[in-house]
Ligand binder design. Structure first.
Ligand code: PXG
Length: 284
């Protein structure tokens, strides 16, 4: 059952409410995380907490609770939900202020943890592989709103998702300001060519995905060469395999990209191998 914690109080879906004066709502001033629990155990909690606290520091938001204590709140929320496989959404906003965006107007951040479930694509869609387009909407420039900040401003990503929806595609890949392939709307992207795996580097200005790091580790352990390299659309068109990674999406193959069939048009052997290895670490 959905369980929500707001500033120390426990709620269900009906009673979980925040103020209309919260700057998270008024200005998107805040940050969030997306975490999964498998078999009742929170997956990569430390990594997600580290990213959350880094993002808070980057936007000069002081989370009013040490990270170990907040980690315990997250674990408690999962336990209370009774969900074994859950999706967890911690959110920290600048807090309640007035109708001016100066953060000094917010006395204290609002802290929220939502535990529920998430469904990205129907199981058959995920099994077949996704149809993906390039969105006309690029990700924000890395020195504007850095895509490394998991902020409450997802409108660019939502615009890209709308483009995918309008095109009848499952997902969109977003380019960066210089036209390099950056990431999906909520996933990092990988290509496989000649047995080697490549993914765009973090410094190019993409979200440092927790799943991305897990998959790179698993791939290296399995003996695949893994490189972080700038990718062009051409690299995806001509890949043997391409796939997306994310907490919500896990690992999902790209079947067709901008009309080009990728490899055999289904999850290839390396993608399948990584999916199996990923599954093994999530149940561990
Ligand atoms: N890139 C972006 C832009 C993301 O938002 C990822 C990559 C994958 O990162 P992780 O750490 O999860 O491997 C994300 C995170 C959704 C949804 O509803 C997905 C994310 C964030 C918010 C919502 O699908 N993915």
């Amino acid at each position: 059952m959905a369980t929500i914690w707001i500033d120390g109080e426990w709620h269900d879906k009906a009673s979980a409410k925040i103020s209309v004066f919260d700057h998270g709502l008024l200005y998107g001033d805040g940050i969030f995380e997306g975490i999964r629990a498998y078999g009742g155990k929170v997956f990569k909690l430390q990594e997600h907490l580290d990213r959350l606290y880094d993002c808070a520091h980057a936007i000069m938001l002081q989370i009013p609770m040490p990270r170990t204590e907040f980690g315990k709140v997250i674990e408690e929320a999962v336990k209370r939900s009774g969900l074994k496989d859950a999706y967890i959404r911690p959110i920290i906003t600048r807090g309640v202020g007035d109708l001016g965006f100066d953060p000094r107007k917010c006395a204290k951040p609002t802290m929220i943890v939502i535990v529920d479930t998430i469904a990205m694509w129907t199981p058959d869609r995920a099994a077949q592989g996704l149809s993906v387009i390039t969105s006309g909407t690029p990700i924000p420039h890395r020195e504007a709103l850095s895509p490394r900040t998991k902020s409450l401003n997802y409108l660019c990503h939502i615009m890209a998702k709308l483009e995918a929806n309008n095109a009848g595609a499952d997902e969109a890949l977003m380019l960066d300001a210089s036209g390099h392939v950056a990431e999906g709307t909520g996933q990092n992207v990988f290509v496989v060519k000649g047995g080697a795996i490549r993914t765009p580097p973090i410094y190019a200005g993409i979200l440092a995905g927790v799943t991305r790091a897990v998959v790179m580790d698993l791939a290296r352990t399995a003996g695949y060469p893994v490189k972080e390299e700038i990718l062009n659309r051409f690299d995806i068109f001509t890949a043997d395999e391409a796939f997306l990674t994310g907490t919500a999406s896990e690992i999902v193959a790209i079947r067709v990209y901008d009309g080009r069939t990728i490899g055999a048009g289904k999850a290839g052997p390396v993608t399948l191998d990584l999916m199996t290895r990923f599954k093994a670490v999530t149940v561990a």
